[in-house]
Unconditional design. Structure first.
Length: 273
């Protein structure tokens, strides 16, 4: 680790890895710090430099280890990162403030990313995060007591906290670069929505273009209780940006249920400009 930069490389790139370290340690006069020290690194032969890449280390709340059996680098959350989920999982939701719950959800999302867990599993937690933002923007009381957490969000947060505490090692995946070239995707989906409903156009590479639409019934507003101008509920939808995540979830849920091969497809989802 050099000046808060974690260095690593794939097998087959040993020479490039060593050359990079040699170049960086020459910046010692610029007060670049490293662990081990730059003077120690400078004195090591190439073989010893490469052996350092197999040692465990902790960086930015993540703990890295090298699996000598599979010859892969693996990662999990550090003990310091896990301390908050372990403590917070024992608390009642009524004991959270807007600030502490927003911070906890942010930590959950960061920790899920470390373990390669799809952020979509925190859908209701992210809806709660958005609701907190709306509530605070109206009241201005960032440290006010959290007044309401829907049962689905409570259940989801507890489930995710339990998963994080287990802290199973995850293999660092290969990078999957995203491009703006339509030919790189099996299909493109354009989604637009409002609090009344949503629509989507699905442009497929090897199949006809299809259109979808649906009215919201219970997701973003309750028809039997029309929203009044005086309604200050922080968890109601006011803009299309609030409705579109739900629209995407509904469409993908439908496609995954009706098309067996959909999990294998590479798709891009966007909204009309």
């Amino acid at each position: 680790m050099i000046d808060n930069i974690l260095l690593g490389g794939k097998e087959g790139f040993e020479k490039e890895f060593v050359d990079t370290i040699r170049k960086l340690v020459r910046l010692e006069k610029c007060n670049v710090q490293s662990e081990p020290s730059t003077s120690h690194l400078s004195s090591l032969p190439d073989k010893d430099l490469l052996s350092l890449a197999c040692l465990p280390n902790v960086f930015m709340g993540e703990s890295f280890v090298y699996n000598t059996v599979t010859r892969t680098r693996q990662v999990c959350n550090s003990n310091k990162t896990l301390a908050k989920p372990m403590l917070s999982s024992e608390l009642d939701f009524s004991s959270f403030s807007y600030r502490s719950m927003a911070a906890y959800i942010s930590l959950l999302l960061y920790s899920l990313h470390t373990l390669n867990i799809n952020a979509a599993s925190a859908f209701f937690a992210m809806r709660l995060y958005r609701g907190i933002g709306v509530a605070v923007s109206k009241s201005g009381d960032w440290d006010g007591k959290l007044k309401f957490v829907c049962p689905k969000a409570q259940e989801e947060i507890k489930k995710l906290s339990k998963t994080l505490i287990e802290n199973k090692l995850a293999t660092i995946p290969d990078p999957h670069p995203h491009t703006y070239d339509e030919n790189d995707y099996d299909e493109l989906i354009f989604v637009d929505a409002s609090k009344e409903g949503w629509g989507a156009v699905r442009k497929q590479k090897n199949a006809p273009t299809r259109c979808y639409q649906q009215k919201f019934i219970h997701y973003l507003h309750l028809p039997q209780q029309p929203k009044q101008k005086t309604d200050t509920s922080p968890f109601s939808s006011r803009f299309s940006a609030h409705a579109e995540p739900t629209a995407i979830r509904l469409l993908l849920t439908h496609l995954l249920k009706t098309e067996e091969s959909y999990k294998e497809k590479k798709i891009a989802i966007t909204r009309p400009l």
